[in-house]
Design a binder for this molecule. Structure first.
Ligand code: NDP
Length: 246
């Protein structure tokens, strides 16, 4: 059953989509754990906004792609909260390092795969066990249109997000009997720091809604998938792209 003190962890919660997800889950009454890797200022701003919603908030700095950092940070959280567990996990941390395949360097390939895919693996493996034991949990993975359709110049990113979708479907089946759901959302073009270098005017002409999405438009769907109301939805990937691809 659900615990009274509810905690949600959002990786990459400091900015963009992650920040909007933190605020959405805070408005649903969750105490929020904001993970970030380097931008403490943005993380602190998000924390202040979360606290305005009247829930608790903690910052948890670690690099999701570094197994030791993940284990250490989450281990310390457990020591501070021996009677609690994290019942909602949003795997949101991600990076882009675009290049055409013939020019792609090892570092670009590895950075994107390690952050999205290894990050998902290290954090989810650590938090899944208590969810299964307590027989309640919600995991939402932030995938991408790029992982469904493939986008040129993003072989690394498309591969990482497609793999994340595969893992979502596999783990969903592993834990379905234990009251834990695992779903993904696949955003199209969303106005955040990640997309600020793109040619928005040219790209939006390709989107039926003729605009980029807002982080809050991702967060509202994540909030639903993270809720008790979504109890029979698992292994699903929901596109949120203004009609760009279905
Ligand atoms: P932003 O670039 O605005 O924010 C990225 C976030 O991820 C930051 O909070 C950053 O932390 C964090 N982060 C990056 N690397 C790590 C790491 N190694 N460990 C921990 N945290 C890390 O991105 P968006 O908000 O746009 O994207 C969020 C997610 O949504 C990503 O997974 C992205 O791939 C996905 N997405 C985005 C789309 C878009 O159009 N914007 C479209 C489809 C999917 P810090 O602040 O410390 O740097």
């Amino acid at each position: 059953m659900k615990s009274d003190r509810k905690y949600a962890l959002v990786t990459g919660g400091s900015r963009g989509i992650g920040r909007a997800v933190c605020l959405e889950l805070a408005s649903k009454g969750y105490n929020i754990i904001i993970n970030y890797v380097s931008n403490m200022e943005a993380a602190s701003q998000t924390a202040a906004l979360v606290e305005e919603k009247g829930v608790g908030c903690e910052l948890l700095q670690f690099d999701v792609s570094d197994e030791n950092q993940v284990e250490k940070a989450l281990g310390q959280w457990n020591e501070k909260h021996p009677d609690d567990y994290i019942e909602v996990l949003v795997n949101n941390a991600g990076v882009r390092a675009d290049a055409l395949m013939i020019f792609m360097e090892d570092e670009q390939w590895n950075r994107v795969l390690h952050t999205t895919l290894n990050g998902f693996f290290y954090v989810t493996r650590r938090l899944l066990k208590p969810m299964v034991t307590k027989r309640y949990g919600r995991i939402v993975n932030i995938a991408s249109l790029s992982g469904l359709k493939g986008l040129p110049g993003q072989a690394n990113y498309s591969a990482a997000k497609a793999a994340l979708i595969g893992a979502t479907k596999a783990v969903a089946q592993e834990v379905a009997r234990r009251g834990v759901t695992v779903n993904a959302v696949a955003p199209g073009f969303i106005a955040t720091d990640m997309t600020k270098d793109l040619d928005e005017a040219a790209l939006k002409a390709t989107i039926p809604m003729n605009r980029f999405g807002r982080p809050e438009e991702i967060a509202s769907v994540v909030g639903f998938l993270a809720s008790e109301a979504a109890s029979y939805v698992t292994g699903e990937v929901i596109s949120i792209n203004g009609g760009l691809y279905s």
